[in-house]
Design a protein around this ligand. Structure first.
Ligand code: HEC
Length: 145
C-alpha cells in the first residue's frame, strides 16, 4: 500500500515537471512574440545624406580599415569572411540596403560557414554608402553587376 502511494507520488511529480516544462515553453513563445517588434525596428535601413555622391576612393579607405580583416584586402575573402567579389553579392541579390543593415546589425551566417558577421560600430550611413560604392566598382570590374 505504501509502495503504491509512493508510486503515485512519483507519478504526480512527473506530471508536475511536465506542466512546468509546458509553462516554460509557453513563456519562451511569449518572449519571442514580444521581441518581434524589436527585430522589426532593427530592420530600419540607415539612409545616407540626400545628395551624397559616394566616392569609391573614400570607400576603399573605410573598407580597408573596417571590413578587409574579414572580407579580404582585395575583397577576395579570408578565413573569417566571404569574398565580396561573388555573384552572391551582386546588386540584385544583395542591394545597397543589405550593406547598411549588415554593418548596423551584423548578419546571421546563412550563405557561408564563417559564422555570424558582428555589427561594425562607428560607421555612419554615409560611410557605408562610400564603402558600397567601392565594392560595386570592384564588382563591375570582374563582371559582377
Ligand atoms: C569579423 C568579420 C567581419 C567583418 C569585420 C565584416 N564582415 Fe561582413 N560578413 C562577415 C561574414 C562571416 C559574412 C557572411 C555571413 C553569411 O554566412 O551569410 C558577412 C556578410 C556580409 C554581407 C552580406 C549580408 C547579407 O545580407 O547576407 C555584407 C553586405 C557585408 N558582410 C558587408 C560588410 C562590410 C561593408 C563590412 C565593413 C564595414 C564588413 N562586412 C565587415 C564577416 C565580417
Amino acid at each position: 500500500m505504501n509502495k503504491l502511494f509512493e508510486g503515485s507520488l512519483a507519478l504526480a511529480a512527473g506530471h508536475q515537471t511536465r506542466r512546468l516544462q509546458l509553462c516554460l515553453i509557453a513563456l519562451l513563445l511569449v518572449g519571442a512574440a514580444i521581441s518581434v517588434p524589436a527585430t522589426a525596428q532593427n530592420l530600419q535601413v540607415p539612409t545616407p545624406s540626400p545628395g551624397l555622391m559616394p566616392n569609391p576612393a573614400a570607400g576603399k579607405t573605410l573598407f580597408d580599415k573596417n571590413c578587409a580583416s574579414c572580407h579580404g584586402a582585395k575583397l577576395q575573402g579570408s578565413d573569417k569572411g566571404p569574398p565580396m567579389l561573388s555573384k552572391i553579392y551582386e546588386p540584385s541579390h544583395h542591394g545597397d540596403a543589405a550593406f547598411q543593415l549588415a554593418v548596423k546589425n551584423g548578419s546571421r551566417a546563412h550563405h557561408w560557414q564563417f559564422g555570424d558577421m558582428p555589427p561594425v560600430p562607428g560607421l555612419t550611413a554615409d560611410d557605408v554608402a562610400q564603402i558600397t560604392a567601392y565594392v560595386r566598382l570592384e564588382q563591375r570590374q570582374v563582371g559582377i553587376q
